[in-house]
Design a protein around this ligand. Structure first.
Ligand code: PAF
Length: 293
């Protein structure tokens, strides 16, 4: 697996792949890779060759009081994991390569970027959309793969791809979980043993909501009450938000009758974790739901 540090070198590899009519897949990451990232590479390999992974801890998507400087950086291990997973190339630019002096153009996906994660992390999605557009411009992939754990991020990237007529198809892949239900995240590495134990409360809350949904509950307030009650059982957990939202607009809804998300953001100590459950009425029986945990 080749590691590419410059945009010029990356573009040359892309030019060669296009000349050979190859289908390019991109898996953008910020490193600290886990099985969730490996699953994205494996999914990409089903559709594409070459599969290019990127590692870039994007300073523009971290707020001034967030964890940019201490974000886990495990480059050598990441390279090994990508090699083992069968990625064909790694694009790993330094920050000045992506944001040279004088950089001043940003992408803002209005509306969608202001809610939930955007409200708690002002400017976050502007940074995400900007770097993802840059990566898509540099790598020109046919397909780009994102995890559904960051549901709002995936939705914003889909909207950007549509609004800006990008030639890349955005593929959103399932959440990968630990055996006890905790969604895999690079930030799980911050948790001390007590917090790690307590962190399963996110999954427990979503499971409790799932039980209600399976019993036929569709009222958002009732589901929210269950979420809050379950989260309140964990003294180390501090709720940021627990909402039931339309899967398209990410606006709160009162009743589940169309594709929706239950989205959670919870602090365990200083670590902020997110998780979600995706609900999709069955086309053949709209009163019934497919529940994707
Ligand atoms: O999900 C992430 O790891 C990042 O937000 C992304 C998409 C790689 C952009 O920096």
């Amino acid at each position: 697996m080749e590691t590419i540090r410059t945009i010029a070198w990356m573009k040359e590899l892309v030019r060669q792949a296009h000349a050979e009519s190859r289908i390019i897949g991109l898996v953008p990451t910020m490193g600290a890779l886990h099985r969730g990232h490996v699953a994205l590479i494996e999914r990409a390999k089903q559709d594409c060759s070459p599969v290019i992974a990127s590692i870039f801890v994007n300073p523009k998507q971290f707020g001034p009081n967030e964890d940019f400087s201490k974000y886990p950086r495990t480059f050598d291990k990441d390279q090994e994991k990508l090699e083992q997973a069968g990625a064909h190339a790694l694009f790993a630019p330094e920050a000045p390569e992506i944001y040279p002096p004088g950089f001043s153009s940003y992408v803002n996906v209005d509306g969608l970027s202001d809610r939930l994660e955007g409200r708690s992390r002002p400017g976050h999605f502007r940074g995400v959309a900007t770097v993802v557009l840059k990566l898509l411009q540099i790598v020109q992939p046919d397909f780009a793969y994102f995890g559904r754990k960051d549901a709002q991020q995936s939705r914003i990237i889909l909207q950007m791809a549509r609004d800006l007529n990008l030639n890349t198809e955005i593929v959103v892949c399932p959440i990968i979980r630990e055996p006890d239900g905790l969604a895999l995240s690079s930030r799980n590495a911050y948790l001390n043993p007590d917090e790690r134990h307590a962190a399963t409360v996110l999954h427990r809350a979503l499971e409790a909501a799932r039980t209600e949904l399976q019993a036929g509950v569709r009222d958002a307030l009732q589901l929210q009450t269950i979420l809050h009650a379950t989260l309140a059982t964990e003294p180390l957990a501090k709720l940021d938000y627990a909402e039931i939202v339309d899967a398209h607009s990410f606006e709160p809804i009162t009743r589940i009758s169309k594709p929706s998300y239950i989205v959670l953001a919870v602090f365990l100590g200083k670590t902020r974790l997110i998780d979600n459950l995706y609900l999709e009425p069955k086309p053949s029986a709209p009163d019934e739901l497919d529940i994707h945990l």
